[in-house]
Design a protein around this ligand. Structure first.
Ligand code: KG4
Ligand code: ZN
Length: 342
């Protein structure tokens, strides 16, 4: 296939990160700029959609300018604008999509709508030549899913979140025991202080399919806390805020349990898809070093190479959006001004 050279501006605003990135055929990721709204949402224990969309509006212009500047380029030198157009918070997605359409119209640029989950699924390919087909497990705050990735842009979803995502389980349990948002990083830190022991043996999913369900796990943690006189169900109050050891034990037991569930699901998937040549782990939860270590060992035992993106490409970012935009541009898969968020 002949290679056409493109420089792509990627824009991401599906949830609580306003991000822009420049990707070029010759030099890969030239810049990756991001404004995280975590501090705005922290006091609410989760993302507040209205606050998120307002903040995107305030920041998007500056973030795009910074991405262009960091890449030493200008909007005139960009060939196409790739923008996350689904799935995500409607008000947040609209900011990125409307902005992308406006620049594309004013500057006569091509536009490419990018699915946020496809962007996560290929995020480990930004810096690696992963052999196809590979099994990709995405775990973020909004989604947990498994894919068989057969080529760039060619993939099948083989398992999905039925209720809460893995990241959501970390966030909700963290809220339950009065740990700050987002829960994942602080749970990892507390779990490390126990040496990653499984104290409470929370139930592992019994689902015999490739789908994920984490809402039962959160409820199991809640009732276990009630049993230990650590939570008042009527008043919805955590009663052991000063008991740091209990928090560490909950954090560690949860992390080990979720990792076991990932291994169970990957084992099932590998049985169904023996043609898989590699394992990739992506999404915000893939920042977790304990899970990455366990999955690396798991893959090595099965003679599969293991890939996970650098942390900046795990959590929401625009580099993965520009990367998908780039291979779509190579294939001539452009959108137009009718690109929408549904
Ligand atoms: O991919 P992401 O930035 O946003 C979504 O698309 O949802 O993922 C955010 C999620 C949050 O739920 C956060 O708790 C989780 O990723 N996370 C982690 C870690 N760092 C972030 N979970 C476990 N361990 C971590 N170190
Ligand atoms: Zn995401």
């Amino acid at each position: 296939m002949s290679i056409t050279k493109f420089t792509i501006l990627g824009i991401e605003s599906s949830c609580d990160e306003t991000a822009a990135s420049i990707y070029s055929t010759d030099r890969g990721v030239l810049s990756n700029v991001l404004f995280s709204q975590i501090d705005l949402h922290k006091k609410f224990g989760g993302v507040v959609p209205e606050i998120a969309s307002r903040s995107h509006l305030e920041k998007i212009n500056t973030i795009i300018d910074q991405a262009l500047e960091a890449a030493s380029t200008t909007i005139d030198e960009i060939d196409a604008i790739a923008v996350t157009n689904k799935p995500g918070l409607p008000g947040s997605l609209l900011v990125g999509v409307c902005f992308a359409k406006a620049i594309a119209y004013a500057k006569n640029k091509k536009i490419i709508g990018v699915n946020h989950l496809e962007a996560h699924a290929f995020s480990a390919s930004i810096d690696n030549n992963i052999p196809f087909p590979y099994l990709c497990i995405t775990a973020s705050g909004g989604h947990t899913a498994m894919y068989i990735v057969r080529d760039y842009g060619v993939y099948e979803t083989i398992g999905n979140t039925l209720d809460d995502a893995a990241g959501e389980a970390f966030d909700k349990v963290a809220k339950l025991i009065h740990l700050p948002y987002p829960g994942g990083p602080v749970i990892e830190k507390l779990a490390a202080e126990t040496g990653f022991k499984d104290y409470f043996n929370y139930p592992r999913s019994k689902l015999p399919t490739l789908d994920f369900s984490f809402s039962g796990l959160k409820t199991a943690v809640l009732y276990d806390l009630v049993k230990r006189d650590a939570y008042n169900l009527t008043e919805k109050i955590f009663l052991k805020d000063s008991d740091i050891d209990l928090k560490k034990q909950v954090a560690s037991s949860l992390l080990v349990c979720i990792t076991d569930i990932f291994e169970q699901k990957i084992t099932l998937a590998l049985k169904e898809y023996p043609e898989v040549k590699a394992l990739a782990f992506v999404g915000g939860v893939a920042c977790n070093k304990y899970i990455k270590n366990r999955l690396t060992k798991f893959a090595t035992k099965r003679s599969l190479p293991f890939y996970s993106p650098i942390p900046a490409y795990c959590t929401d970012n625009a580099a993965m959006v520009a990367f998908v935009g780039h291979y779509k541009a190579q294939k001539g898969e452009f959108s137009d001004q009718t690109v929408d968020i549904f």
